[in-house]
Design a binder for this molecule. Structure first.
Ligand code: GP9
Ligand code: MN
Length: 687
């Protein structure tokens, strides 16, 4: 008998052979679906390699369970497991089509009522080719029924079964190690479910998500309404009255929040080779109608951008590890800025971002926050050369946003998330209009270039606002979300900042990011108050004249004379106008001298500050981990129900582009677009 023939015999006549066939079909099937139905963005040979191989370990482990059974049962159980895996694939294809994200247990749990009206639209969005996810099941079934595969009833040695499972786990471990190597923090930072699937596989994702969900619901089950009561008491005790001088000065104005990606304070006024890096922002920073803070700190943890967003929208901290928006954004109840503004002052609320909607779980979390509109990448044309790093280049993003901004009913609360100034600060030649710095540190030297690019994009947007008149009735808020150059680049940082050295205390100092409120007629100043991202919401609410008494917010109005000025960092470090704590060591803020031998009084002071910081952080954590805001029902606030929000493209465009939005800029401009008033020098858009 020839070798091939005996191999074929082995495949079709033995149990192990059957297992091999199912596993191979399952593998190829899953890989095919990865490539055709999801947008996983595997770039580079490592990611492509992992994407190709990642269905194998899970398939082996799960299908292998069937091998433990005897006789015919074993075959059927393997087939049923394959069917379940295919079903999971199928369900994800449908969900992904609508939401560019994978199903999660918290979505499934709430889907009876909700959320995404999946049930309703399931038929509408299914394509014939989606059923290809069942092809391995169908092929096996045919092979069995036609008796091409003959059932082998002999039991397998238990040792062989166990070996297969051990091998599967080993492969899984190997896969994980390689993935972590390519993308550190893959599991701890939870940026995007797409990443988990791309690196580890769709079934590993299910396990991961299940684990996270179980962890969260255990913590939630333990929490009760009394936990919230004690936190309310704490907040009441620490409440500071907002500054009456600024109360309501921006009442009824549009609020345009510009998220300056990775933008550090030192860029303001910074010159490279005699050229200002951010001339437009510098002008805004110093304008007479800008309140600009120069001691404002980012307070993010691993969740980076998403932590900044969590703080700005909710005045709650991110978590010690991972991203609160990813882990709790779908299932938790919030009392967020968009909901407050909508309910108290009839604002239309929206976010626009030139990146994928699933990143940081935005497409779920924003519903929980109460954003009416979310326009991520799929709302924008994305031609070759438009996209870099994590999203559309800022100039292209702004250019294409105009047609949506002008349609928003006013007053609006709109956040625009820029992304070009993001590590690794890459920019194509034709967009480089300032030279790189020369520290020799590759990850640092492009920073001024992308920051310069972002600044130019902002310049165009401002011109458009002035031209169209939107400028007159809008409060524009700029903020940097977190550092751009991490503390690991001591030498380069010292060089950029023209210092001899750069130590841990300098690193804390360079966590300063801009916070600017700019509005025509605003009584401006450079404000030296120490503040952080947690404080933005109370400050903004006061400017808009919205009473925030009784809200569950950990920040304080930065314009208040009584602002406590103790700025927590997510790891328990802090800075005040007098003292700072950096990795367990204390410093004098003004001189940067380390406090070596504090006397008793000073020691007590430092301890007390330290305790205040950990108290804040842990109380905020309790709210998020225990989902405590589900117990919060003040008379003036209606809890947000994510199911009331539909981010489906059709519905979004129907509402947004409706001719009935009589308060929109477009309507006021005699129902004509203002797109031609937006001038851009983006080389990609040159006619
Ligand atoms: C992507 C962007 C980046 O959408 O917001 O997030 P980051 O890496 O800065 O946390
Ligand atoms: Mn960011």
């Amino acid at each position: 008998m020839s070798r091939t023939k005996s191999f074929l015999q082995w495949l079709t006549r033995t149990k192990l052979g059957f297992f091999t066939i199912v596993l191979t079909l399952f593998w190829l099937n899953t890989y095919f679906i990865y490539l055709t139905k999801f947008n996983l963005g595997a770039v580079g040979s490592m990611q492509q390699f992992l994407l190709l191989l990642n269905p194998i370990p899970a398939g082996m482990l799960l299908l292998g369970i069937g091998l433990f059974f005897k006789g015919r049962k074993s075959y059927w159980i393997i087939l049923i497991i394959d069917l379940l895996l295919s079903l999971w694939l199928f369900a994800n294809i449908l969900y992904y089509r609508e939401f560019s994200n994978f199903l999660s247990f918290s979505i499934i749990k709430t889907s009876g009522s909700t959320s995404d009206n999946l049930g309703k639209s399931i038929v509408g969005i299914t394509k014939i080719s989606d059923f290809l996810s069942f092809s391995s099941v169908v092929i096996i079934l045919i092979l069995l029924l036609t008796k091409i595969i003959k059932i082998d009833v002999r039991p397998l040695k238990i040792k062989v079964n166990a070996l297969i499972e051990v091998l599967a786990l080993t492969l899984m471990g190997l896969n994980l190690t390689m993935a972590q190597h390519d993308r550190s923090g893959l599991l701890t930072r939870t940026f995007d479910n797409n990443y988990i699937v791309k690196y580890l596989g769709i079934n590993e994702y299910a396990v991961y998500d299940g684990f996270k969900t179980a962890q969260a619901s255990a913590q939630m089950a333990k929490a009760n309404v009394n936990d919230l009561r004690s936190i309310k008491k704490y907040l009441k005790l620490n409440y500071v009255k907002p500054n009456p001088e600024y109360q309501g000065v921006a009442k009824g104005k549009n609020v345009l929040v510009i998220h300056l990606e990775s933008f550090q304070q030192f860029l303001i006024g910074y010159k490279w080779k005699g050229k200002e890096v951010t001339p437009n922002l510098n002008k805004i920073y110093h304008a007479k109608d800008s309140i600009s803070f120069d001691n404002f700190f980012n307070q993010v943890g691993q969740g980076k951008t998403s932590d900044a967003e969590m703080m700005l929208e909710n005045s709650l901290f991110g978590l010690q590890s991972g991203s609160a928006m990813s882990s709790y954004g779908t299932s938790n109840t919030f009392e967020s800025a968009p909901a407050i503004l909508h309910q108290k002052a009839d604002y239309t609320t929206a976010v626009m971002h030139g990146g994928e909607g699933s990143f940081w779980n935005r497409n779920n979390a924003y519903k929980s926050f109460g954003f009416q509109y979310f326009l991520p990448l799929n709302y924008f044309k994305n031609k070759p050369g438009y996209y870099i790093g994590y999203g559309l280049k800022d100039k292209i993003f702004f250019d294409q946003s105009i047609k949506y901004i002008e349609r928003l009913p006013q007053p609006f609360y709109l956040k625009m998330i820029t992304v070009t100034n993001h590590y690794p600060y890459d920019l194509d030649k034709k967009n480089q209009t300032i030279s790189k710095t020369d520290t020799g540190d590759e990850t640092v030297d492009g920073y001024v270039q992308t920051a310069h690019y972002l600044d130019q994009a902002i310049g165009s947007l401002m011109k458009w606002m002035k031209k169209t008149g939107l400028y007159k009735n809008t409060l524009i808020m700029f903020y940097g979300d977190h550092y751009g150059i991490s503390g690991n680049h001591h030498k380069a940082c010292a060089q950029l900042l023209k210092q001899d050295t750069f130590n841990d205390f300098d690193n804390l100092n360079s966590q300063r990011v801009p916070l600017i409120f700019h509005m025509k007629g605003l009584k401006g100043k450079i404000d030296h108050t120490y503040g952080g991202e947690i404080d933005v919401l109370p400050t903004l609410l006061n400017l808009l004249g919205i009473n925030d008494k009784g809200t569950i917010q950990f920040g304080h109005d930065l314009l208040s004379k009584d602002a406590p000025q103790i700025i927590a960092q997510r790891n328990g470090d802090f800075i005040t106008p007098e003292y700072a704590k950096v990795s367990g060591d204390y410093y004098y803020t003004k001189t940067g001298k380390e406090i070596i031998d504090p006397d008793k009084k000073l020691k007590e002071k430092l301890m007390s500050l330290s305790n205040q910081v950990t108290t804040q952080l842990s109380l905020s954590d309790r709210i998020i981990n225990g989902n405590l805001l589900r117990f919060y029902k003040p008379s003036w606030f209606k809890s947000v129900k994510p199911k009331d929000y539909n981010y489906g493209e059709q519905e979004t465009l129907d509402n947004l582009m409706s001719k009935d939005n009589k308060t929109s800029l477009w309507y006021k401009n005699h129902q004509r677009t203002t797109q031609k008033d937006f001038k851009t020098d983006a080389p990609e858009l040159k006619k």
